[in-house]
Design a protein around this ligand. Structure first.
Ligand code: SF4
Length: 458
């Protein structure tokens, strides 16, 4: 079981009932954040906002969408990486300053937030939340540049780390990606409208066509004159997050122009070649292990089946019986299919091992269901370092692979064998998007941007 998701962003201009299109877009991006959702629309030069904690379907109703009129909108689904699950940190943020009203939402973590925030507070700035987004908005409003577009550039040149950001103003929609391009941002077209999304699965739901990626370091501006692009940020080697392909993104999305389903299947095939084992059944840890397990099965010739069933309706918290001596834990989410597993030598495929406690429970569950052997196969290298670019990860001392070798991990989780994908194999699986140039810091500790502080996803 992997690191936690981060955030999803969506934007569209110009489109009748833009907020309803954004609502659909956010629905498709729900997997990227379940703690809060928000939409800001633009109508006759005024911005309208609704945001709250909860799932997209709970946050919005016919009535709330009716209060978001206009022909342009941006939206956000949030998973808080740091700063806690506080309502004040929901996106988008809207401020009114010398450039009129500006709304902003973003995906990613800034790595110099504390320095910038401290400097801004010293200069008299006040903040209502721990969000990085407020820092960017403050920098825009305090910029020396005479135009809003140049003020945005001036602000983005000061921030470090990961950001895929959408900005809605009284007369433009802007999309920008940090120079390393850590987090994805795709551009699409729906009739006359230009649309942006963290993942292309949102375009599919709307019937929009995928056009291209917003490039690392690019600023795209959409207004009445049309769509224009510039590259005002420092030119550096792009470092898109490989974990989007390992785990975060939906398999039906294109991310960095690559099919996530195809890359995950390749990871599974390479894993089967690297760590073959005599077994009867390949079983994914659902949902994120499914595509890699299919690849493992195809390459090895071992049959694939759903030996674990996931309950998709589990909320973030649930109440256990007070008198219970058992901990329900992972059993609430996953249940084994005993009839499939009994007496079988099982290859269990998952995307990653973080703390190892969940993997240990799953292995134990599969054994208790009657499996004769359990062989764990992981479709990424050992995760030894935390992420500072928008993914919620435990500190290094809590990462199992930072504390022990593969044999230690095997003993800890109680499997008969454990096999990880190698870094070379992972690079090979995303080679069509420039494999070696991705960010692999959580596997290598080689951080493309020195982490000076941990910001918040939005
Ligand atoms: S450290 Fe890992 S999770 Fe974070 S951006 Fe890099 S590859 Fe992605």
């Amino acid at each position: 079981m992997a690191f936690r998701d981060e955030c999803g962003v969506f934007g569209i201009w110009p489109m009748p009932e833009a907020s309803r299109q954004a609502y659909l877009g956010l629905y498709a991006l729900q997997h990227r954040g379940q703690e809060a959702a928000g939409i800001c629309s633009r109508d006759n030069g005024r911005l309208h906002l609704h945001k709250a904690q909860g799932y997209v379907a709970d946050v919005f109703s016919e009535a709330t969408l009716d209060r978001l009129p206009g022909d342009a909108a941006i939206g956000h689904t949030r998973y808080s990486t740091t700063g806690g699950n506080v309502a004040s940190a929901a996106h988008p943020f809207v401020v009114e300053g010398r450039f009129g009203q500006i709304a902003l939402c973003h995906n990613g973590n800034l790595t110099n937030t504390e320095i910038l925030r401290h400097r801004l507070i010293e200069a008299g700035q006040v903040f209502s939340s721990p969000s990085d987004s407020e820092v960017i908005l403050a920098l825009i409003n305090r910029a020396q540049a005479p135009s809003l577009e140049d003020a945005v550039v001036e602000a983005l040149r000061q921030v470090e780390g990961a950001f895929s950001v959408l900005i809605l103003t009284e007369d433009a929609l802007m999309a920008a990606r940090d120079p390393h391009g850590f987090r994805p941002l795709a551009m699409g077209r729906l009739g006359e409208a230009t649309t942006f999304s963290s993942e292309t699965c949102a375009f599919d739901l709307l019937g929009a066509d995928y056009v291209r990626e917003v490039e690392p370091g690019e600023l795209v501006v959409v207004d009445r004159q049309g769509t224009r692009s510039r590259f005002p940020l420092a030119r550096v080697q792009a470092r898109p997050c490989v974990f989007e392909h390992v785990y975060f993104a939906r398999p039906d999305s294109l991310v960095y122009g690559l099919s996530v389903m195809a890359t995950r299947r390749d990871m599974g095939r390479l894993l089967a070649r690297r760590h073959p084992v005599a077994a009867d059944l390949v079983v994914p840890v659902p949902d994120s292990g499914v595509s890699a397990a299919l690849g493992y099965s195809e390459e090895s010739g071992i049959p694939f089946d759903f030996g674990l069933i996931r309950n998709h309706y589990v909320g973030r918290t649930f109440i256990e019986p007070r008198q219970s001596i058992r901990s329900f834990g992972v059993k609430v989410k996953l249940n084994p299919v005993r009839e499939l597993l009994r007496g079988k030598r099982v290859v269990l495929v998952d995307d990653s091992v973080v703390r190892g406690t969940t993997s240990r429970k799953i292995v134990s569950m599969v054994r208790a269901a009657g499996a004769a052997e359990v062989h764990m196969r992981i479709s990424s290298p050992p995760t030894t370092h935390p992420c500072f670019y928008g993914i919620d990860t435990p500190d290094r001392e809590h990462l199992l692979a930072a504390r022990m070798d593969v044999e230690g991990i095997r003993t800890f989780i109680g499997a008969d064998s454990v096999g990880y994908l190698t870094l070379d194999d992972l690079q090979a699986s995303v080679k069509d998007a420039g494999g070696e140039s991705f960010c692999y810091a959580c596997f290598t500790g080689e951080y493309p941007v020195t982490p000076r502080s941990k910001g918040t996803c939005g």
